[in-house]
Design a protein around this ligand. Structure first.
Ligand code: AMP
Length: 512
């Protein structure tokens, strides 16, 4: 592991990496490394050929009365921790190296930096943006890694990248917590034992808010009250702010939706702590919640190379693949792809009530309904009749159409492993819709795959499809799917519309 403390040395290293055609990931930190930082490093190592961690305790992001002097710092220990990671390089510049002549040119972030942390810590994001821009220029990474813990910081840097056309992609990783829920933070080292106990109120308040949301409360005011109550019960913590906001500009909302965010900041003793939580359907993974919050946002083509695992072939395969909306099994950061499909196919996640799943139904991307909403073929005509809508516009206002096998399988024979991977996709995709009430499965293959992989039934216990559908041409089952929490779903089994021998009669009257 190279320890580089000069800008010249770092630039030379980066030039070398780029000349060799390898991808370069950067994890910027202020040191006092903990599991949160290490999770970013692990993700970077998975995705990039070469990983650089920077350790720089940036004075320009601290206000004159803030805790720069107390901020934990132990470079020797950090380097020991990093030793285990077989990193390529650590960039550890001093302040005289970073700012030899002070600073006359700043990056001044706009409105996104003016609320919450920006309001409480004037000048903070100016310092962050300026140093991050310097780091990007020095290290020239393909991907830079940031933590959800500092959600507003992510948005500030995202705007920086977009506004100044920087060729870097951002990957955001979920917040890593202690076993009792306290978000990992270098500042936790400053807490006494008692203060550490008090500090648990941040996460506790967020979890109480989340429980209300999962019970169906959508009023942001009511949910915020719950957060305030948790703080009232812990007077040793002084709340700085508690906000419920949308994830794009962090403006307060009245109604909570999937992807809405709660953020808190509080002082415990002399230490200021922050935390946040993204609301989403029960059972959603942290990655999925992050996607919900970040995916509605514009994606910029930064012209960055596709690094690491994202080989060009793989990228093309995904681009070509039939709208594999969840994309998550493909071992790469799904956000950009997901964002694209979500924006185009599912403009309002909350509006979707019914998922229609047909194996291999619209495998050919060019004839796929989302791409050609006006092209009516045998499949779409029969589908619209089955669920009782006039056209695709009406269909997409309440339904999603998806596939149970996707890109892995354009063949009739699909290997087991691919089927399981597709089912994982499908599970992730279904989790995106907080108001899903019904699932319609088209055809025997989709039925069997659903039974096996989503319901977890062994093959020998699955009833024969034809027997099940014999009486009415369709069958219905009401059930819970563990990965969707405890909501009850109406599941319909129907014939596949393109299989001519029998058609299921309309089930429109039974759908929401
Ligand atoms: P810092 O050293 O505090 O500037 O943090 C460096 C990076 O690590 C930032 O992108 C943080 O958002 C991220 N980070 C800090 N704490 C955590 C955590 N508990 N989980 C995930 N990422 C974190």
């Amino acid at each position: 592991m190279r320890v580089l403390d000069s800008i010249t040395g770092m630039k030379a290293f980066s030039r070398q990496v780029r000349a060799s055609g390898k991808s370069l990931g950067l994890v910027p930190t202020m040191g006092a490394l903990h599991e949160g930082h290490l999770s970013l490093i692990r993700q970077a190592k998975r995705q990039c050929d070469v990983v650089v961690v920077s350790i720089y305790l940036n004075p320009t992001q601290f206000g004159p009365h803030e805790d720069l002097a107390r901020y934990p710092s132990d470079l020797k220990k950090d380097l020991e921790v990093l030793g285990a990671f077989k990193l390529d390089a650590v960039f550890t510049p001093s302040t005289s190296e970073m700012f030899p002549r002070g600073l006359q040119t700043y990056i001044e972030p706009g409105e996104i930096a003016s609320t919450l942390e920006g309001a409480s810590r004037p000048g903070h994001f100016r310092g962050v943006a300026t140093v991050v821009a310097k780091l990007f220029n020095i290290v020239r990474p393909d991907i830079a890694y940031f933590g959800q813990k500092d959600f507003q910081q992510v948005l500030v840097i995202r705007r920086l990248v977009e506004d100044l056309n920087l060729d870097v992609r951002l990957v955001v990783c979920p917040t890593v917590r202690e076993a009792d829920g306290l978000a990992r933070s270098s500042r936790n080292l400053l807490l006494s034992e008692r203060e550490r106990e008090t500090a648990l109120v941040l996460y506790r308040s967020l979890r109480r808010a989340e429980s209300l949301v999962h019970l169906g409360v959508v009023s942001a005011q009511k949910v915020r009250q719950e957060i305030l109550r948790a703080f009232e019960e812990e007077p040793a913590a002084r709340l700085d702010y508690a906000a419920i906001v949308e994830p794009r500009e962090l403006k307060p909302v009245e109604r909570i939706e999937a992807g809405t965010l709660a953020l808190v900041a509080a002082r415990v003793g002399d230490t200021r702590l922050i935390d946040n939580l993204i609301f989403g359907p029960p059972g959603a993974t942290p990655e999925m919640l992050l996607q919900l919050a970040l995916s509605g946002q514009r994606i910029t083509d930064t012209a960055a190379r596709i690094p690491g695992l994202e080989t060009e072939t793989l990228r093309q395969r995904i681009e070509r693949c039939r709208e594999c909306a969840a994309i998550s099994s493909v071992l790469l950061p799904p956000r950009e792809f997901l964002a694209k499909y979500l924006q185009r196919d599912y403009p309002d996640l909350n509006a979707v009530r019914v998922a229609v799943i047909g194996r291999n139904s619209p495998v050919n991307a060019d004839s796929f309904l989302y791409r050609n909403p006006h092209s009516v073929d045998r499949f779409s005509q029969a589908l619209f009749e089955l669920v009782g809508v006039r056209d695709f516009e009406e269909f997409r206002s309440r339904f999603i159409l998806t596939d149970s096998t996707r890109c892995h399988a354009t063949d009739t024979h699909i290997p087991e492993k691919a089927l399981a991977a597709c089912a994982r996709h499908l599970r992730d995709e279904l989790k995106l819709f907080p108001n899903l009430e019904s699932i319609v499965l088209l055809g025997e293959d989709a039925f069997v795959q659903f039974q096996r992989f989503l319901r977890g039934r062994p093959l020998c216990e699955i009833p024969p499809f034809a027997t099940l559908l014999r009486d009415q041409g369709w069958a219905r089952e009401d059930l819970e799917l563990p990965f969707l929490g405890d909501r009850r779903l109406k599941v319909f089994y129907c014939y596949h519309p393109t299989i001519g021998y029998t058609r299921s009669p309309s089930i429109a009257a039974l759908l929401p």
